[in-house]
Design a protein around this ligand. Structure first.
Ligand code: ZN
Ligand code: ZN
Length: 279
């Protein structure tokens, strides 16, 4: 299904249409050999609540964004290289059925489809693309994944000290290492997590101690390698305060787009027409 679409006019038109929906807020998406395989609305479990997001599956990337005007205007574009993706089916909850997790080294999140069939289609198409990408690039599947953020509403108290109660004044924070919802006091530390960001990020007290201990062990090992026989000194500052980059990426700054979008999915198997996109 990929090969017959590559370098076709219809494929170029589809990609151009996606680019135009994102407008200046998006990246150029057309590349030689890149094929748009399908699109549809999935519900993404965000920090505050579940929200509809438009997803586009290409043969090498997964693109998603928030919906300003269905099939006309999208924004907050995110591009995920498929070779980094691992999927994990999840059990349904009272609020959401047909869920699964999209895991990457930088970010992991939960989405759900409108039906079991749609879910199965998304999962099998994405997995097929991942498999082909890995084959093509010779890379190994990513084994270290970012922890998904636990949604705000999952807890009213800090998940570390279990004392602090959240309110309008006492805000929730997320540990970038474990994804737990924690209070300010339990997430004072910052630590460099190179897979996630070049800047030190907010971590909870438990993760901080684990990360710091791990770093000390690695440093001690290195010193021993450099000068075996010398006693090793533990310690050393780990990381200072960050520049305060505590944004939640696409999770906040939502304007409209919270409406009840009809979920629909379309995969461009050979006989499916594209016309639905423009209707
Ligand atoms: Zn706390
Ligand atoms: Zn943590």
């Amino acid at each position: 299904m990929v090969d017959h679409l590559a370098n076709t006019e219809i494929n170029s038109q589809r990609i151009a249409a996606v680019e135009s929906c994102f407008g200046a807020s998006g990246q150029p998406l057309a590349l030689p050999g890149r094929v748009l395989l399908g699109e549809g609305v999935l519900t993404k479990e965000c920090r505050k609540k579940a929200k509809p997001r438009i997803f586009f599956l290409f043969n090498d990337i997964l693109v998603y964004g928030s919906i300003v005007l269905s099939k006309r205007k999208y924004r907050s574009q995110h591009i995920i290289p498929l070779e980094e993706v691992t999927l994990e089916p999840l059990p349904g909850t009272p609020q959401a059925k047909n869920r699964w997790m999209i895991k990457t080294a930088k970010k992991s999140f939960v989405v759900s489809a409108a039906s079991t069939t749609e879910r199965q289609e998304w999962i099998s198409h994405i997995e097929e693309c991942v498999r082909r990408q890995l084959l093509a690039t010779g890379r190994q599947p990513t084994t270290e994944h970012a922890a998904p953020w636990i949604p705000d509403k999952a807890t009213d108290i800090c998940m570390r000290c279990t004392q602090t109660r959240f309110s309008a004044l006492t805000r929730r924070h997320h540990c970038r290492k474990c994804g737990f919802v924690v209070c300010a006091e339990c997430s004072k530390e910052r630590f460099l997590l190179p897979r996630l960001s070049p800047k030190p990020l907010r971590v909870c007290s438990l993760c901080y101690h684990e990360l710091a201990a791990q770093k000390r062990r690695e440093e001690a090992k290195e010193r021993y390698r450099d000068s075996p026989g010398q006693p090793t000194h533990l310690g050393g500052a780990v990381c200072g305060a960050s520049s305060g980059d505590d944004d939640d990426s696409d999770e906040d700054r939502e304007g409209s787009g919270d409406g009840d979008w009809p979920s629909q999915v379309e995969f461009y198997a050979s006989d499916v027409s594209w016309s639905a996109f423009h209707s």
